[in-house]
Ligand binder design. Structure first.
Ligand code: MBD
Ligand code: FE
Length: 323
């Protein structure tokens, strides 16, 4: 038999007590948000007639997610990361801050402190037997097309099996992670290997949640970027390599039409030789436009738990993610 008690004074008073409204201490915003969150969930329990069995199985899922430090992985899967992007896009629009290469989500697999180089870096350690050579290059410009020298281009991507160094302990330290400072012409160039798409590990808590929704946990082949320069808006983005079956079916909802790039397969030995390569390779060109700003808070990435970014516990937490 279904009962509805949410709107009774007893439950409404109870919610205020639980959220600490009658307490002098604590944080006012935390109280307001917890009150709203609990109210929405209590009402949901009433409306869907959630059983005790269902409730406690949800608690188990949360414990499993926490034990695997998987909230950073489930978060893009449930669209939160993309929703935050949509909000930032809308805020930019409202403030008439337009122009520049579009943002898309950071994801949970950035590691701070990658080796830095000027102009050029090799990103792969040469130990991936299935790694196809990728020549990744581009120019960083302002919205008038003027090159930006000295811009910081941080790049990270997966190997030929979809694994990221650090989170995949079989890879060498900082494999496929580099920071390249643009040269006098605003250019950056990386020699690396073509990444594969990423798949959420079979059977993990995130996978269980996605399966319950009839969804998969696949991402198309992609390359992550942080791009920054003094006087310009920090950009968090990714490119997708065209032709992947998941390009427009990304479990993390990060694909944007403008960020899908067709790699050029180059078989000309002279072109390879010019780059110090042997045999065929794929060239991927990604030019970036940064929008100018005077606001210092727009020139840096926003804070979140990131592996190796600080000595704090949040950095440790990000570092232990089972992804
Ligand atoms: C990834 O490589 C990624 O970029 C995201 C968003 C989620 C899981 C793995
Ligand atoms: Fe990724």
């Amino acid at each position: 038999m279904t009962v509805k008690i949410f709107d009774t004074p007893e439950v409404q008073d109870f919610l205020k007590t639980v959220a600490g409204f009658d307490q002098a201490g604590g944080d006012e915003r935390a109280k307001q948000i917890m009150h709203r969150l609990l109210s929405d969930l209590f009402r949901l329990i009433d409306d869907f007639d959630v059983t005790p069995e269902e409730y406690w199985s949800a608690v188990s899922v949360l414990n499993a997610l926490g034990q695997g430090t998987q909230f950073g992985l489930l978060s893009p899967g449930l669209g939160f990361d993309h929703f935050l992007d949509m909000r930032m896009d809308a805020a930019d629009e409202a403030a008439r801050r337009n122009g520049g290469t579009p943002r898309t989500i950071e994801g949970p697999l950035y590691v701070a402190g990658a080796p830095e180089a000027v102009g050029f870096a090799r990103m792969d350690d040469g130990r991936d037997p299935d790694g196809e050579t990728m020549w990744l290059t581009g120019q960083v410009r302002d919205t008038d097309g003027k090159p930006i020298a000295g811009a910081k281009v941080e790049i990270w991507h997966a190997d030929s099996k979809g694994g990221y160094s650090f989170f995949d302990p079989s890879q060498s330290e900082y494999n496929l992670r580099r920071t390249i400072v643009t040269d006098a012409e605003g250019r950056y160039t990386a020699r690396s290997i073509i990444p594969s798409g990423y798949g959420v590990p079979e059977g993990c808590a995130t996978d269980q949640v996605l399966k319950a929704l009839g969804r998969h946990g696949e991402r198309p082949a992609h390359i992550h970027y942080f791009i920054s320069a003094p006087g310009y808006r920090h950009l968090t983005t990714q490119i997708n390599l065209a032709g992947d079956p998941y390009t427009f079916d990304d479990f993390a909802f990060a694909t944007r039409e403008e960020l899908v790039i067709e790699g050029q397969r180059i078989e000309d030995a002279a072109e390879a030789e010019k780059r110090g390569l042997e045999g065929l390779f794929t060239e991927v060109v990604f030019d970036v436009e940064l929008a100018a700003t005077d606001a210092p808070e727009l020139q840096t990435r926003h804070a979140r738990p990131r592996a190796k970014e600080s000595e704090e516990a949040v950095s440790e937490q990000a570092a232990t993610a089972q992804v």
